[in-house]
Ligand binder design. Structure first.
Ligand code: 4AD
Ligand code: MG
Length: 501
């Protein structure tokens, strides 16, 4: 074989040519004189057909011995085939085994999440995980594109830091040559210094929070994108964040439709938000919405909707299971797959049915001055079909660096809540730019003024109004991919109870 490799995603350009593929057996089926290999090479999956009559005995014996995840080289002719994945098929002329695998631990049947998480290093090869990592890559690229095209420069900020910036309760402490240091919760404070040097900057790096929350939105190690802009106020900050999110989503819809469809993402809500204005609402008004009669009724309706969906699914399950006994082999398979989907949807509905009454209680009893919990965010965003930007938060519950309004009651902060229950994906604010005020805030928070000396210098030497925000990468990936949990949005998640693999 000549050694030049062709990648599966390019096969469309090689119809009627002979090519070399190298990859892994995703699935294999043997029907007497034909072996159908679904070969994956990282760039995609291609059906490769080995015909006993057309290959050497050596190749044929290799083909029939293949099992899932065996590594192989194939040589063959590319033909167009409408029915195949990617519209092409390889008519195999030679099969070479690099390694024969006999028992790959992850099979196409259903596995529990702990089983899969413990085998994350292998699970990454599965189609859905593959698709999610590709969309993540696309989002990262779209973010860089957005900022670079607007004249922002990317700057990097330290991971070892001497101080807390986002509350002292979520710090990971480390020993930095016998000095206490913490893993960065944010790059923002350094970003502010860099904005005073470059005007428009963004950081893109890992951040760490020792949050003891085991939720579908929390990681201990996550990636954050933090733009910081000199001479921006809250509104300019919000305009930028809205433009950024629209631009990311539009980019992914255009370039990653195949991955989104593998993830079975219903993209209608993503399409909508590209064209519509985001909702902008003050904290006080969102509290009124949460506690309103209308919201209570909406949640009651939701319960009814879920119950009737559950009943319909139950009926469908009974009907197709009756059909199963006498069904043809292909139909049996179809029924089995549908039953798995129905069961998992019913599980989800039952979870919702347990949760919605709690959401209702939490929303109805919400008191002014509290921070939104995950369910409050869900209940609020449920009422709109675009992201919701909540501004003017009670200053007490926001970080020390946020500028306050004239009444000193509200912080000029903004949280952006993603639709469909994904919750807060962006937190940002206009920054306090007055030296005396920021010094007082540092003292009130019980922070050590010495470690903030350099930071307050930014208010001593050419202070200007400025603003910025932080976008959580994993929450953004979860939302755009429609994934239920952030643990599937990063290759090797770090979270409470999970440090391996
Ligand atoms: O709202 P946060 O805490 O804001 C900051 O850190 C600011 N310094 C940002 C800035 O103004 N430059 O975090 C920003 C975003 C959240 O909206 C969320 O998307 C994500 O970071 N995030 C997390 N993602 C996963 N796991 C966690 N534990 C997260 N904590 C925050
Ligand atoms: Mg926040």
């Amino acid at each position: 074989m000549n050694k030049q490799l062709t990648y599966i995603h390019q096969l469309k350009n090689h119809i009627s040519s002979e090519v070399n593929l190298a990859g892994w057996v995703y699935n294999v089926r043997n029907s007497g004189s034909l072996v159908f290999i679904e070969c994956r090479d990282g760039s995609g999956i291609c059906q490769c057909v080995v015909n006993k009559e057309e290959v050497s005995e050596e190749s044929w014996l290799a083909a029939v011995s293949l099992k899932q995840e065996s590594s192989i080289r194939l040589h063959g002719l590319v033909v167009a085939d409408e029915r195949s994945i990617g519209g092409v098929e390889l008519q195999v002329q030679r099969v070479e085994i690099l390694q024969l695998v006999t028992e790959y631990p992850i099979t196409p049947k259903e596995h529990g999440i702990e089983f899969l998480m413990n085998r994350r290093h292998l699970w990454l090869r599965s189609q859905r995980q593959w698709a999610a990592m590709r969309v993540r890559n696309g989002i990262i690229f779209a973010i860089h594109n957005f900022f670079q095209s607007r004249g922002f420069i990317q700057t990097d900020t330290p991971i070892f830091t001497p101080n807390a910036a986002e509350g002292s309760t979520t710090l990971f402490e480390t020993d930095f040559f016998e000095e206490k240091a913490y893993l960065a919760q944010t790059g923002q404070l350094y970003g502010e210094a860099l904005a005073m040097a470059h005007g428009l900057i963004y950081t893109f790096g890992p951040t760490f929070r020792a949050e003891k929350s085991k939720t579908r939105r929390h990681l201990s190690e996550f990636w954050m994108i933090e733009p910081e802009m000199a001479f921006y106020d809250l509104e300019m900050n919000m305009d930028l964040a809205e433009d950024m999110l629209k631009s990311i989503v539009a980019d992914i819809l255009t370039n990653y439709s195949q991955e989104l469809s593998l993830l079975e993402r219903d993209t209608s809500s993503l399409q909508r938000l590209v064209e519509k204005d985001f909702v902008r609402i003050k904290y006080d008004d969102s509290v009124d919405i949460l506690t309103s009669e209308k919201t209570a009724l909406l949640l009651d309706e939701l319960i009814q909707q879920r119950e009737s969906e559950k009943e319909k699914l139950g009926q469908e399950q009974t009907t197709i299971q009756k059909e199963h006994g006498s069904a043809k082999k292909w139909r049996k398979k179809q029924i089995e797959k549908r039953v798995i989907d129905i069961i998992s949807r019913i599980d989800q509905i039952e979870e919702d049915l347990r949760n919605i009454p709690k959401w209702k209680k939490s929303a109805q009893e919400f008191t002014w001055g509290a921070d939104f919990g995950g369910s409050d965010e869900t209940v609020l965003t449920m009422q709109y079909d675009v992201p919701v930007m909540v501004t003017h938060w009670p200053a007490e519950i926001k970080a020390f660096y946020m500028k306050r309004d004239a009444t000193d009651t509200y912080a000029l902060g903004v949280d952006i809540l993603a639709p469909e229950g994904y919750g807060e994906i962006v937190g940002g604010s206009q920054r306090e730019d007055n030296l005396e005020v920021i010094l007082a805030r540092i003292e009130q928070e019980g922070l050590d003024p010495k470690t903030f000396e350099w930071y307050t210098d930014l208010r001593r030497f050419g202070s200007v109004p400025h603003a910025g925000f932080g976008l959580g990468l994993e929450r953004t990936v979860a939302w755009i991919c429609g994934l239920n949990h952030v643990r599937e949005t990063i290759a090797f998640p770090r979270m409470l109870g999970r440090i391996t693999p």
